[in-house]
Ligand binder design. Sequence first.
Ligand SMILES: Cc1cc2nc3c(=O)[nH]c(=O)nc-3n(C[C@H](O)[C@H](O)[C@H](O)COP(=O)(O)OP(=O)(O)OC[C@H]3O[C@@H](n4cnc5c(N)ncnc54)[C@H](O)[C@@H]3O)c2cc1C
Ligand SMILES: *[C@@H]1O[C@H](CO)[C@@H](O)[C@H](O)[C@H]1NC(C)=O
Ligand SMILES: *[C@@H]1O[C@H](CO)[C@@H](O)[C@H](O)[C@H]1NC(C)=O
Ligand SMILES: *[C@@H]1O[C@H](CO)[C@@H](O)[C@H](O)[C@H]1NC(C)=O
Ligand SMILES: *[C@@H]1O[C@H](CO)[C@@H](O)[C@H](O)[C@H]1NC(C)=O
Ligand SMILES: *[C@@H]1O[C@H](CO)[C@@H](O)[C@H](O)[C@H]1NC(C)=O
Length: 475
Amino acid sequence: MAMAACLVLPTHATSNDSIEAVFGPYLSTGTEIAASTDANFSNVVTARWTTWESPAWTGAIKPKTEVDVQTIVQIAAANNISFLATNGGHGAGIGYSSNSGIDINLDNLNSVSVDVANNEMTIGAGAKIQDVTQPLYDAGKSVPHGNQGCVGMIGATLGAGIGIGTGILGIGIDSLKSVRLVTASGDLVTASETSSPDLFWALRGAGANFGIVTSATFELQDQTNDGNVVSATYVYPGSANMSVFELYQSFDDDLPPELSLQMGISYNSTTMSSQLLLSYYYFGPQADVQHYLDAAAALDPITSSISILTQPALYASLGQGECTTGSPISGGTVGLGKTDVPTLQSVFAELVAFNVANPGTDVSQSLFQRYNNQRTLQAPYSGTVYPWRDIKTFWLHLNFYFDPALEGATEDLTKSLRAKLQATSGFEIPHIYLNYAFGDEGPAAWWSAANLPRLRALKAQWDPEERFGKANPIY
Ligand SMILES: Cc1cc2nc3c(=O)[nH]c(=O)nc-3n(C[C@H](O)[C@H](O)[C@H](O)COP(=O)(O)OP(=O)(O)OC[C@H]3O[C@@H](n4cnc5c(N)ncnc54)[C@H](O)[C@@H]3O)c2cc1C
Ligand SMILES: *[C@@H]1O[C@H](CO)[C@@H](O)[C@H](O)[C@H]1NC(C)=O
Ligand SMILES: *[C@@H]1O[C@H](CO)[C@@H](O)[C@H](O)[C@H]1NC(C)=O
Ligand SMILES: *[C@@H]1O[C@H](CO)[C@@H](O)[C@H](O)[C@H]1NC(C)=O
Ligand SMILES: *[C@@H]1O[C@H](CO)[C@@H](O)[C@H](O)[C@H]1NC(C)=O
Ligand SMILES: *[C@@H]1O[C@H](CO)[C@@H](O)[C@H](O)[C@H]1NC(C)=O
């Protein structure tokens, strides 16, 4: 149904016209529309994981079809109505509050098709990570994706797409074969290495700035170890920090591709004590990772557990709690090329002191995600705008500031910890993974200064009115 082609779209909508009147007649049956003042608005808008720096919506539309997405963009553009396309609602950062107007909720476009004969998987814009894990497992195949099930599959990929499978599979953008994209003019284009290759370069790392991807096709890889993963977790008292940090550091130059690590540092307000967490994920037989697990067990954990899970079960467990929406959570990141133990000790001390001084934020915590990057480094830097293939550890800081008065203080904490980690990261220029960004770092930190001239030229070509990418703008 291509109604947009035969009906003349409205061009003089005013703020007095209802969103239903402006868009409704031109969209397919089943498309849901609500103004933010309508009682049913919450059924149509994408629920956001965090309330921090939220967009100020005037309404929301949940399109049924790809053509609807084109029509919405065309009407919005013709009437100077701003919008943001959303799916998993896990986008966060200070730039999100620069968005206003209409939320285009892509949730209905949630198809997943694994095509083993052609060795590819095609997903719609509404697919979440939890929608792909079982079909891939059933086919005996893998595609790189993030860890948490309720995150949007395409949203995560457009920033690069990292996760515990990065060591064996590489990052998401390196498995992306092509996308269908609704551009700022409402046109539908296919981008791949052979079709609009410049645009495809920019989509792979800065995708949210160039349009709305309605579907994406990924190359399949074989599943390792029959789809089973060893998952081991160790919790330590804060006093063990030196030995835990030294153990973590030992992985700087010795991490098998099949092994991923997450180290958590936090303060437990129940026990009123600092604690550390080490999680190991091994995409191979337990016997092969046992000596690493023995080293973790030798540091006297308070609790430990080892289990072997299928990939869908593992990702379901990693997603526990993360699908909850509407909590006040701020965060930030910096990429590390090496581990500096004194810096980690200083970061841990500052984080714990902050939690002790501000009981309303008792879960201000940091994760250090160590993914083997050999596979990531095999793809050429020149192939994608994502520039930070040399990151070894992704630091991800999260503050659950249930006392709203502490929002500013948690932001200051994030920046302070980030500066400490940056100073000994081994990188002169901050390496900021866009998907985890606080939002103040700027385009050179997200895409590298060297990439900016080409990126700006493509932005001027494809989105001259800057309708997309307000959360992390190219300037
Ligand atoms: C708890 C949590 C865990 C996370 N884990 C990981 C992880 O393991 N690996 C990782 O790489 N990242 C991870 N992220 C970051 C996440 O990938 C990004 O925040 C991503 O942008 C979220 O996409 P979304 O669709 O869920 O969010 P939304 O808020 O719906 O969208 C976020 C941004 O992506 C854009 N976008 C979404 N879909 C499309 C589309 N189809 N076309 C164009 N633009 C689109 C939106 O316009 C917006 O700018 C995590 C984030 C959280 C909060
Ligand atoms: C909206 O309606 C009010 C009240 O009828 C009117 O005064 C105003 O001019 C209208 N605004 C626009 C942009 O048409
Ligand atoms: C929401 O309510 C408004 C006003 O009653 C109505 O026009 C609209 O169709 C409703 N939308 C949905 C998706 O139910
Ligand atoms: C479009 O809207 C923005 C605010 O959303 C406003 O600043 C700008 O002047 C408008 N442009 C036109 C051409 O009306
Ligand atoms: C780190 O370990 C040292 C030595 O055990 C201890 O003094 C310090 O309090 C620990 N840091 C934290 C935040 O627990
Ligand atoms: C804090 O400690 C309590 C008591 O040991 C435990 O039940 C709880 O799971 C801990 N919280 C976290 C976040 O680890």
